[in-house]
Write a protein of this length. Structure first.
Length: 90
């Protein structure tokens, strides 16, 4: 997934009538459900997830695990350099 595609995916979830249901974990199948490998030209193929059609997906156990999600949140906050005060601004 490149830099532009996440914005396009967010816009699709907001605007596409297919995405009118709440509490859904949306995914795009652009080959992400296959094993990745490198082709003869040295580029990765098969598991990048770029493109594809949107579909309702089931969250993995790791995504639903409270300890894992808390750790991911803490690491993300640290990575972008936000303080507790900045996160709570409305």
């Amino acid at each position: 997934v490149g830099h532009q595609q996440p914005g396009e995916r967010l816009a699709q979830v907001v605007d596409d009538p297919k995405c009118s249901k709440s509490n859904i974990y949306w995914s795009w199948n652009g080959g992400a459900q296959t094993v990745g490998r490198y082709s003869a030209d040295g580029k990765p193929r098969g598991a990048g997830g770029a493109g594809g059609e949107i579909f309702e997906n089931t969250q993995s156990d790791a995504v639903r695990d409270k300890e894992t999600t808390r750790k991911m949140w803490d690491l993300s906050v640290k990575a972008v350099g936000l303080s507790e005060k900045e996160m709570l601004k409305v």
